[in-house]
Design a protein around this ligand. Structure first.
Ligand SMILES: [Zn+2]
Length: 74
């Protein structure tokens, strides 16, 4: 039935019909909300994650360079 012109819900992978589906491309309102939540969550996570990561990124090269300098030469 849904094989012809059918599609899969991008969230749960369940076959869903495009016709008469107000939640398309999702199978249900739940999946639609889930997708929006995941998208909003990622959007929200990016700036919060960047702060500690960039701080660590600045610290790592310094440690690595210092280690290289402390190494006795040949
Ligand atoms: Zn679904």
């Amino acid at each position: 039935m849904y094989a012809r012109g059918g599609m899969k819900c991008p969230i749960c992978g369940k076959p869903t019909s495009w016709k008469d589906n107000s939640f398309r491309p999702f199978c249900s309102e739940r999946c639609k909300l889930l997708d929006f939540g995941a998208w909003a969550n990622e959007e929200y996570k990016v700036p919060a994650d960047e702060v500690p990561e960039s701080e660590e990124f600045t610290q790592h090269p310094t440690t690595s360079i210092e280690n290289e300098h402390e190494r006795p030469g040949p």
